[in-house]
Design a protein around this ligand. Structure first.
Ligand code: VG1
Ligand code: CO
Length: 541
């Protein structure tokens, strides 16, 4: 029986950088999830459609999945493909959407944000191309949440999601699928598994930290079962509703156990970590951290060593705050380079149009045209493929890369949980100061240009404004200021810092040291301490 429930708009259901993210208890509140899901189904017209559904396994994932299934049935969807246990990593969901030519999918995740009843939950709609809904669609969904008056839901028992199989829910077909199988097959089609197997067989050791999040089952199957990495290579391999109380964010601060192991006396050759929903990656060599911007550049320069990219790359795209290291590679390869706003949704058009093959963000996101999301394990496997062919250490590969292209010293400083009004005031003052900054000097650096980044999509012509304040000091030095669009409390100021060293001297400095003048200049220009009361960041990557 289909019930039509009377509801009323709930304020604040506006998707941010990557879907709608709120405190879990907010999502569990009366009509909250239902209002948003109905708004999605209204905007995309769910009748007769097929969707993919799954999430990162965090607290409320299983309940939310059952509600969405019953609402999909009540809205006339013809079929939902759902991961066993309601689990799907974000890249695996993107792949299933594409593989099955569905009309899109719903992904339940707050990504790298902690999970649990007192932490965060999230939901995101992806399009038939497998990628996050573009701004026009998320805006339409948001508008719908502000006028919603009722939602439809089927009265029914829970669907058994504990094993693969086909069942019916009202008039809708439900296919429960193994979350790993199709994804693993895709990876096998892109990379030289035989070469990577031989690498592991030669004694190469790796640590993969899945951080009690969704990549555990994927990493175990691919790295240990198919590639022959030693049993136990994957740590924290069982997805838990609260991620074991950890913060599933693969950066040096939150993946500290991995960092400690990689700099310890018995460090493996290669280390990696992934986030809550499996779209981020951090890679670490023995005693050496690879910054995400450098990782993108190294992958672009070496991708041809993997079978899936042997024909070469069409182009490389990076988000604006990501360092220009990848640009130098694109230039030397003679391929196009694109600079987009933060958030994977901006890469979709470039990938669909065949203009870019690799994409990346400084926030530990790397991916390619094999799906329409960033993909943590994909990046780990491409690194492994490169290591298997070159048979050099991560440190050697990085050193050779810097010697050839120069080094873009890079760091991001996050100032978290700032009072929102104070953060707004900082940006208002910074924007007001922009026209007068050119030619002025701060901490010995002279501003060559300063603007508020706006992006014109070269494929559909859409324009996105207000995407981050850029202060360019010339010679590849710059500071970028943005406010996070994924947080659920207060504001997070992100300060992105970059400085280029052409070499051959000065390629081996500590990044914080190398960036010290840029850091000082950025603090002076924005008066971070004056506005926020903070002089030091909470997280440095
Ligand atoms: C952050 C990152 C951004 C990334 C986004 C989603 O957004 O900076 O690069 O695309 O998270 O990643 P923001 O607005 O907080 O800076 V995930 O793995 O959280 O889906
Ligand atoms: Co993520």
């Amino acid at each position: 029986m289909i019930t039509t429930v009377v509801t009323a708009p709930i304020s604040g259901q506006k998707p941010g950088t990557s879907g709608l993210r709120k405190k879990t208890r907010v999502f569990m509140g009366r009509h909250y999830l239902e209002n948003f899901v109905q708004s999605v189904f209204d905007v995309v017209d769910a009748a007769g459609k097929t969707f993919v559904l799954g999430g990162d396994g965090r607290y409320f994932n299983d309940r939310a999945a059952q509600v969405i299934l019953r609402m999909a049935a009540a809205n006339g969807a013809s079929r939902v493909i759902v991961g066993q246990g309601a689990l799907l990593s974000t890249p695996a969901a993107s792949h299933l959407i594409r593989l099955n030519k569905t009309d899109g999918g719903l992904i339940l995740s707050a990504s790298h944000n902690p999970g649990g009843p007192d932490e965060d939950f999230g939901i995101k709609f992806n399009m038939p191309n497998g990628g996050p809904a573009p701004e026009a669609v998320t805006e339409a969904i948001f508008r719908r949440t502000m006028e919603i008056a009722e939602y439809r839901i089927l009265e029914a028992e829970d669907v058994d999601l504990s094993r693969p199989g086909r069942s019916r829910l009202g008039g809708m077909q439900v296919d429960v699928v193994d979350p790993v199988a199709d994804y693993a097959a895709l990876m096998e089609s892109l990379f030289d598994f035989a070469a990577i197997r031989a690498l592991f067989a030669s004694g190469f050791r790796m640590r993969m930290d899945s951080m009690c999040a969704v990549t555990g089952p994927y990493a175990k199957e691919i790295l240990e079962n198919r590639l022959g990495a030693a049993p136990g290579t994957v740590a924290n391999a069982v997805p838990l509703p609260d991620f074991g109380g950890m913060h599933p964010d693969p950066n040096p601060t939150w993946a500290h156990a991995l960092m400690a192991e990689m700099s310890g006396p018995d460090a493996p050759d290669f280390g990696a970590a992934s986030d809550g929903d499996g779209d981020r990656n951090m890679v670490v060599g023995r005693g050496i951290y690879v910054s995400p911007s450098d990782s993108l550049a190294v992958l672009a320069a070496n991708a041809h060593l993997a079978p899936g990219y042997r024909a070469g790359l069409k182009g490389v795209a990076r988000s604006m705050p990501t360092s220009a290291a990848a640009d130098r590679v694109a230039e030397s390869l003679g391929i196009a380079q694109y600079e987009t706003p933060t958030g994977w949704k901006f890469f979709g058009n470039l990938l669909d149009a065949g203009r870019a093959t690799l994409c990346g963000e400084e926030s530990f996101g790397t991916g390619s045209d094999h799906v329409r999301e960033k993909d943590g394990l994909w990046a780990v496997l491409l690194w492994l493929n490169i290591l298997a062919v070159r048979r050099e250490s991560v440190a050697q590969i990085l050193a050779a890369h810097f010697a050839r292209f120069g080094r873009n010293y890079y760091s991001r400083h996050d100032f978290e949980a700032i009072d929102s009004a104070r953060a707004e005031a900082l940006f208002a003052a910074l924007r007001a100061a922009l026209p007068g900054l050119k030619g002025r000097s701060f901490a010995g650096l002279t501003v060559e240009a300063a603007d508020d980044f706006a992006y014109s999509d070269p494929v559909d012509g859409s324009v996105s404004e207000g995407q981050g304040i850029r202060i360019l000091f010339g010679k590849g030095a710059r500071a970028v200021f943005r406010l996070s669009g994924t947080g659920t409390e207060g504001a997070t100021l992100r300060l992105y810092l970059e400085r280029y060293a052409a070499g051959p001297e000065g390629l081996d400095e500590d990044p914080q040291q190398a960036l010290a003048p840029v850091i000082r200049a950025a603090h002076e220009i924005a008066d971070i301490a004056g506005h926020t009361g903070r002089s030091a960041p909470d997280v440095v990557t």
